[in-house]
Design a binder for this molecule. Sequence first.
Ligand SMILES: Nc1nc2c(ncn2[C@@H]2O[C@H](COP(=O)(O)OP(=O)(O)OP(=O)(O)O)[C@@H](O)[C@H]2O)c(=O)[nH]1
Ligand SMILES: [Mg+2]
Length: 372
Amino acid sequence: MHSESESGYESQFSSDDPTASYGKEHDDQLPDITPDDRVIAVMGITGVGKSTFISHFNKDALVGDSLVSCTTEVGIHKAHIGDQRIFLIDTPGFDDSTRSDTDVLIEIADWLRFSYNENIKLAGIIYLHRIKDIRMGGASIRNLMMFKKLCGEKCLDSVVLATTMWSNPPSDKEIRRETQLKTERKFWGEMIAHGSQVFRQDDGGTSATEIIQHILSRPQNVTLRIQEEMASGKSLGETAAGKEVQAEVERLKARYERQLNELRQEMREAERRQDLNHKKEIAAVRAELEEELKSSKQQQNILRMDIDELRKQRDTERETLYQQEMVHKEALYQRDADLRVLRAKDDYESRLLELETQVAQEKNRKSGCVMM
Ligand SMILES: Nc1nc2c(ncn2[C@@H]2O[C@H](COP(=O)(O)OP(=O)(O)OP(=O)(O)O)[C@@H](O)[C@H]2O)c(=O)[nH]1
Ligand SMILES: [Mg+2]
């Protein structure tokens, strides 16, 4: 097993970019993925260990060490298992700490649509889960639901469900959690019944290679449900995964509206009592909720849009951000240059003053005066 960080997708990015991110640059360039290559997507909630898994095959995968999500864009990493060339697709996870589910879905769906159009088929999908998580909380359940909707039942036999972050040796609690994950239909039970395989990612590169080898042992490639849906002309919001996000956005929107109504009532009470401080507090919370509500409405509009339009919009936003960054960098560079000139001028003037003083002292010495 060895990794490469050049050629293919990766070569289209600057060498100091450690992660090859998929982006608009690919519009006019065919990726260097041939039908003989096997492409494997790695998915799961943020911080579960997707990039770490990939880094066992290609050191360029960007592993996070902070509380915020690390991988925000789809990244493509090339590696070899024996003679087989593989491409590992790193994906941002739902429950991203900085982005909405809508943004994450756009990012993943956009790559899946692009790969479908380029006839790049997936050999399999690895779905990671932290065995350390005490409960299958809201975010994990939502992520799993989204994943199932993204894949569709037909693809489930190409899915590997793998648990990360095992203790050594495994604790009883971890083993009990694994059993629960495997047996409860709403967790992994139903997926296992449709052919998904369970692995432990508990031994670094060794267990990671076993997982990849299992996928490679299956000759067929798969098309995910969302890829078929988008190819048939559906907007993102019309796909099963998009509907899942829509439902979540709708639920949040209803919650913000309810809270705003409650605040209006509270505000009337505060006005009646002429309680200025409370009025200020309510106004601050109301402003936050109104922002959230605005963002939910924007997300609903985004999900109704055609994915091509979305992509163009996103590329324009990125371009604007890039331009702003360049202007900012240029201003900083100019400020540094101005500072250097000022410093050089100061140095020159002090040196000149020093020399003038020396000359005056010399003159005075020669004429016999004493300088005070
Ligand atoms: N103990 C242990 N730590 C792990 C394991 N896998 C990942 N980590 C650590 O968990 C943290 C997050 O790992 P990442 O690989 O960045 O997770 P990710 O899923 O790519 O996260 P995002 O990019 O934010 O979605 C890092 O500090 C890793 O070192 C594992 O199997 N065991
Ligand atoms: Mg990552």
